[in-house]
Unconditional design. Structure first.
Length: 276
C-alpha cells in the first residue's frame, strides 16, 4: 500500500517562495514497478521538480492520480513498455514541450522540456546503444548531435538552461568502476565520450563535478553479478548546467539509498540545488 502525504496549497505556496531550487533526475526503470519508491522519496526530500526517465507507460496509464492526490502536478510523454519521460512538481510548469522542437526522434518518447523559475529544464533518456554494430548505436550518436544543434539554435551558454537525465555515457575514468573493462563496451567507449564532450563543449558543466571535483560516485549498477554489492557501477545520470546557470549551483549529489530497496531501479536519483 502506498501512503502519501498531501502537498497542500500552503506548502506549495511556501515552496514557490524558496530562494533555492532542487532539481532531481531519476531513471525509474518503470513507474508502475517503482511507484512506492518514488512517492516515498518525494515525501522525504520534497524536490521542486523530479525528472523521470524510462517510465515505460502510455500517458493515459501513468498513475497521475497518486501524485495529484499528493498535491503534485504531473507532465508525461510516454509509450507502452519502453522509454518514456515525465516531470512531477509541486509547482505549475511553464511551456511544456514534448520531444525535440520538431518532434520525437524515431517516434520514441525520450525528451520533455519545461520552464521553472526561469530555468529551461530538458529531461532526456538517451539511447543505450547496445554495441557499435547496432542501429541503436548510430541513433545514440545522432541524439547527442541533435541536442547540440538545439542548443545552438535556441540558447546561448549564458542562458539559464540545463539538460538532465540518463545519458548512458560516463564522462571520465573516475566515473567507472574499471576503466579497462568499461572502455570496451557501450557506456564508456572512446567514441561515446567524444559525443558527450561535444555536447558539453557548447557551454555546459557537469554540475556534480562543480561540487565534487574528484569524488568516485556511481548512479547505475547492473542487476547482474552483484554489481551493487561490489560497487561495480558507472555514473551515467547527469544534470548538465549551462555556464551561466552553473554560477547558481550550490549543491549536487547522488542519492544512493533507493538502490538498496526491494526490487529497486538499477539507477538512483541525482540532484542539483540552485540559488536563484
Amino acid at each position: 500500500m502506498i501512503h502519501t502525504m498531501n502537498f497542500n496549497k500552503a506548502n506549495i505556496k511556501n515552496q514557490g517562495k524558496r530562494k533555492h531550487m532542487k532539481v532531481v533526475s531519476w531513471n525509474l526503470n518503470s513507474i508502475r514497478a517503482r511507484l512506492e519508491h518514488v512517492t516515498n522519496w518525494i515525501e522525504e526530500h520534497k524536490p521542486d521538480i523530479i525528472c523521470l526517465q524510462e517510465t515505460k507507460v502510455r500517458d493515459e496509464e501513468f498513475p497521475k492520480d497518486v501524485f495529484e492526490n499528493m498535491g503534485l502536478n504531473v507532465y508525461t510523454h510516454g509509450q507502452a513498455a519502453y522509454n518514456g519521460v515525465a516531470f512531477i512538481s509541486p509547482h505549475k510548469l511553464e511551456d511544456v514541450q514534448k520531444g525535440f522542437p520538431e518532434g520525437d526522434m524515431n517516434d520514441q518518447k525520450r525528451v520533455i522540456s519545461c520552464t521553472l523559475n526561469g530555468v529551461r529544464i530538458i529531461n532526456v533518456y538517451i539511447p543505450q546503444g547496445d554495441n557499435p554494430d547496432s542501429p541503436k548505436y548510430a541513433m545514440k550518436g545522432a541524439f547527442y548531435h541533435r541536442l547540440r544543434e538545439w542548443m545552438e539554435d535556441d540558447f546561448t551558454p549564458e542562458s539559464d538552461v540545463l539538460i538532465c537525465g540518463d545519458f548512458n555515457i560516463a564522462p571520465k575514468d573516475v566515473d567507472v568502476h574499471d576503466v579497462t573493462k568499461c572502455s570496451k563496451k557501450c557506456g564508456y567507449l572512446p567514441e561515446e565520450v567524444t559525443w558527450l564532450n561535444y555536447l558539453m563543449s557548447w557551454g555546459f558543466d557537469d554540475s556534480f563535478r562543480l561540487i565534487h571535483p574528484e569524488k568516485k560516485q556511481f548512479s547505475w549498477w547492473d542487476y547482474r553479478m552483484k554489481s551493487y554489492d561490489n560497487n561495480k557501477g558507472m555514473r551515467i545520470d547527469h544534470i548538465l548546467t549551462s555556464n551561466g546557470l552553473s554560477k547558481k549551483v550550490i549543491d549536487a549529489g547522488v542519492e544512493e539509498s533507493p538502490r538498496a530497496l526491494e526490487r529497486p531501479s538499477d539507477h538512483v536519483p541525482v540532484f542539483t540545488v540552485f540559488k536563484l
